[in-house]
Write a protein that binds this ligand. Structure first.
Ligand SMILES: Nc1nc2c([nH]c(=O)n2[C@H]2C[C@H](O)[C@@H](COP(=O)(O)OP(=O)(O)OP(=O)(O)O)O2)c(=O)[nH]1
Length: 271
């Protein structure tokens, strides 16, 4: 099975590089000009998200099988090859983050297919990986300066609190974690406490980070923290509704795209 591997050192912490990798537009931007087109799909990569792609007249869909703080993986479904996987692993080093990209595919059948694979396939795969590595480094630098939106994963009596947005129109009706932008000179934990007081009228104690940082916009990222309810009964002030979700109902609400990335990390918090 042909395999190509590239290694790039990015001058940013692992968590930031992991966030950059989750930006679905990154791959599309990186391969522009290489004859590869990536269209549509989720704005951020989460397990099960799909990206439609084409190389010349050949179409296929990349389905994400892993998206967390260790990297991302995707498999091509419905393409011309019986097997095509893209795996990116991240390794923490003293001087930055090592991005190890590998592509594995099965060669097209027959001597002509194998020749085309050597002459065209390998060259293209290498160009895509190199372009992607450069894009990851650039996006990581951008995210290092991004403002943080904190999300509070409040678990009480074995259930997670979710709230339903009422604005703007494109997000109204979607579900998110309580939270909001961290103010200048405020710590993430202090922002969690303030936002929960403002939005729900409760006191919480923030804990560990949950899941990867998730890119929202060029200058904004979402970072979730576990939180325990210390006092008060949550009452929404400017949200449409709140709901307590169990592990069985975690997927039952229409989460904002960024929060979908966090679901695999939120699930283990629930019994
Ligand atoms: N609080 C929160 N925001 C989220 C989540 N997921 C997600 O994409 N976001 C987005 C929605 C908003 O664009 C941004 C949150 O910033 P914010 O709370 O200051 O946004 P807002 O629109 O409510 O701001 P404001 O005008 O009321 O100040 O992050 C989440 O789980 N919790």
């Amino acid at each position: 099975m042909p395999e190509l591997r590239t290694t790039t050192l990015v001058d940013a912490p692992l968590r930031t590089v992991a966030a950059a990798l989750l930006d679905a537009r990154l791959l599309a931007r990186a391969v522009r000009g290489l004859g590869v087109r990536i269209t549509g799909g989720a704005p951020v990569l989460h397990v099960g998200a799909s990206l439609a792609g084409s190389v010349g007249p050949v179409n296929g869909t990349l389905v994400v099988t892993r998206a967390d703080t260790t990297g991302v993986s995707a498999e091509l479904v419905g393409g011309p090859l019986p097997k095509f996987t893209l795996v990116t692993d991240l390794l923490h080093t003293g001087g930055g983050t090592m991005v190890v990209d590998s592509v594995e595919w099965s060669s097209p059948g027959g001597p002509f297919g194998r020749l085309a694979d050597v002459l065209v396939g390998r060259g293209l795969a290498l160009k895509v990986l190199q372009a992607r590595a450069a894009a990851v480094a650039a996006r990581s630098t951008e995210l290092l300066r991004a403002r943080v939106v904190v999300g509070a994963a409040i678990v009480h009596d074995g259930r997670l609190l979710a709230q339903q947005r009422s604005y703007p129109p494109e997000a109204a009706g979607k579900w998110e974690l309580p939270g909001g932008r961290v103010e200048p000179d405020e710590t993430d934990h202090a922002a969690v406490v303030r936002e929960c007081a403002e939005e729900l009228g409760v006191t919480v104690t923030p804990g560990d980070r949950i899941g990867p940082d998730v890119p929202l916009r060029p200058d904004l990222l979402l970072r979730a923290y576990a939180a325990t309810l210390t006092s008060g009964t949550p009452t929404p002030t400017d949200h449409q509704a709140i709901r307590w979700l169990t592990s069985a109902t975690l997927d039952s609400v229409d989460w904002l795209p960024a929060d979908r990335v966090l679901l695999p990390a939120l699930r283990p918090l629930l019994p």
